[in-house]
Ligand binder design. Structure first.
Ligand SMILES: [Cu+2]
Length: 146
């Protein structure tokens, strides 16, 4: 074996080692945490248990639609008389909601109707719900993908 040939073989060996090392790193690294798509969660400060559901089937792009937000205490008692604010947008596009949704009715049992929601593009959307009730003000962010 000439010394040049030995160097070529050695270089291939190093590359193979590096590839092996990198694949171990990639295969064992924890997956990047994606947004959570839970439709029920506790508010940020833990004051309320919130859940959301589209009122009439899964929303479609460009359609005005309504959601029902259920607000309960952490112990499960319905929260009445809460003021609900709605914000959000597309985090990957740095724009907000194309409309200004509002809570329009209290449906009983801690449920509030949010009208005027529109998702104008496909992709990752966030609905940020603010809840203000005697127990305090709190908020939660829900992730949705269209
Ligand atoms: Cu967008």
């Amino acid at each position: 074996m000439t010394s040049a040939w030995r160097m070529v073989v050695g270089a291939f060996g190093l590359v193979a080692l590096a590839i092996g090392f990198l694949s171990v790193v990639f295969l064992t690294a924890p997956a990047a945490p994606g947004p959570d798509f839970a439709r029920s969660k506790n508010s940020a400060k833990g004051l309320y248990a919130l859940s959301i559901a589209p009122e009439a089937g899964e929303p479609r792009q460009g359609e005005l639609h309504a959601w029902v937000v259920t607000v309960k205490t952490r112990q499960g008692a319905p929260v009445e008389g809460a003021a609900i604010s709605v914000g959000g947008g597309m985090p990957e596009h740095a724009h907000g909601l194309p409309t200004s949704p509002e809570a329009t009715a209290y449906l009983g049992d801690g449920r509030y109707r949010i009208e005027g929601v529109k998702f104008s593009m496909p992709g990752w959307w966030q609905l940020k719900l603010g809840v203000s009730a005697p127990a305090g003000a709190d908020e939660a962010t829900f992730n949705l993908v269209l």
